[in-house]
Design a protein around this ligand. Sequence first.
Ligand code: PEP
Length: 251
Amino acid sequence: MRKKIVAGNWKMNTTVPEGIELAKAVVAKSAEVPADVKLIIATPFTHLYPVAEVVKGTPVALSAENCADKEKGAYTGEVAANMLASVGCEYTILGHSERRQYYGETDEKLVEKTKLALANGLKVILCVGENLDEREAGKHFDVCEAQIKNVLYNFTAEDMKNIVIAYEPVWAIGTGKTATSEQAEEIHAFIRKVVADKFGAQVAEDTTILYGGSCKPSNAKELFAQKDIDGGLIGGAALKADDFIAIALSY
Ligand code: PEP
């Protein structure tokens, strides 16, 4: 059964004390959210350990925003999947468009990262999505299909139980421009079909596909009402506990 998920991606925001306060505020309000909506917060690496203490024993799960494509060793500045697991992460985001755009994250690296994350017991939130030029050229289906095939087609139906897909049109991230619910649903249904083509209808039906891109309390309800949209990956609005929870209550 696919899950309903609302995940907050804090990106490179908040100091550690501010992050702890934000996590505490999310936890305090999480009781308002129905039990079938899973809340996840993805924080910078520095915040994971103290935030893990805050969310322990609560309905809020912890995620990293990235992990290394190598197991361990001389990779200065990198953080390995087993390190994330050891501080209490349940998830890691991988392939966010900001990492693809600014840090050279390729589909090949994402295969390695996904393998290591899964091998260390982490669930993966894999981001896919087209940029504005690709959307305007009508290539958004091809771009998402290629990203999914290049990464996920290297995995098994069993692995897919621990993989969530986040469709995030790059032109909608942090821009205030949201995909319309029709635009989002069209591509979510398509992504589910790409999953079905490789893994079968049941796996596709069970795969959680999130929408991300300027999702906020005012538009979440309409987006989440779509058949193939199973929740959201939330950037800016996740930095305010009230907005994040209001989005989660939009189901
Ligand atoms: C994101 O970065 O994953 C995101 C969706 O950001 P925003 O909600 O700010 O557009």
